[in-house]
Design a protein around this ligand. Structure first.
Ligand code: MG
Ligand code: ZN
Length: 216
């Protein structure tokens, strides 16, 4: 019966995630769950994305997951309408109940986007629906060109894939064809946005994708 315990945990998470999504749908807020290893640039991506959306009159709120500290929330504090930090105190992924608790404290009226920055981890965040509308799997060139194949469970269900730090491609001898060959076997539906948060290269396509998703 041990297997039922695990199943129930995931079923309870799915039920809560469905409630979260309903709440966001009712408010017209489109939600992205961003997953990656630590250091891929999730917070930096949001630091660049949220002001660009602000310039178009599109408002964002952010839920940031970290084991400890409010450093990422502080970085995003002046940009989003509100930033909610979830400290998991060792927990290696966010779950739908934590997001529900964060949502309970948020005024969603007038917002267009909720960005959830998941815990930096390429394994278990893939297994937990948070109530998002789309999941982004992110990676960056310094991590090596073999990561999509090694962590295929993160990339297989992704609705979009972001390859960050493409300004370092040459310096790192990053083999993009290797990544794309792997993705052909893992996920051919998700668009891949090759960009650099540092130089801004590739950002227009990413912003265009986000803009097209918010149809209010
Ligand atoms: Mg971060
Ligand atoms: Zn975990």
């Amino acid at each position: 019966m041990k297997i039922n315990v695990v199943k129930n945990v995931l079923e309870a998470n799915d039920a809560r995630a469905t409630e979260n999504r309903k709440k966001l749908d009712d408010a017209g807020v489109w939600c992205v769950n961003i997953t990656s290893a630590p250091g891929s640039g999730k917070t930096t991506l949001l630091e660049k994305t949220i002001p660009a959306l602000n310039d178009e009159g599109l408002k964002s709120t952010v839920i940031v997951g970290d084991l400890q500290t409010t450093r990422d929330a502080e970085r995003l504090g002046g940009l989003a309408v509100e930033v909610t930090q979830i400290n998991t105190e060792g927990g290696c992924h966010l779950n739908a109940s934590q997001v529900a608790a964060a949502l309970a404290g948020l005024d969603l009226r007038g917002l267009d986007y909720l960005f959830i920055e998941n815990i930096g981890n390429m394994v278990c965040p893939a297994g937990f629906d948070l109530g998002e509308h789309a999941r982004v799997a992110m990676l960056s060139t310094p991590e090596g060109d073999d990561k999509a194949a090694k962590y295929n469970t993160l990339f297989q269900p992704a609705d979009a894939i972001v390859l960050n730090k493409i300004d370092l491609t040459e310096a790192l001898s990053y083999d993009k064809t290797r990544l794309f060959d792997d993705l052909k076997k893992i996920n051919t539906a998700a668009p891949v946005f090759e960009l650099s948060c540092r130089t801004g290269e590739g950002f227009d396509a990413w912003l265009g994708w986000l803009r097209a998703k918010q149809t209010r």
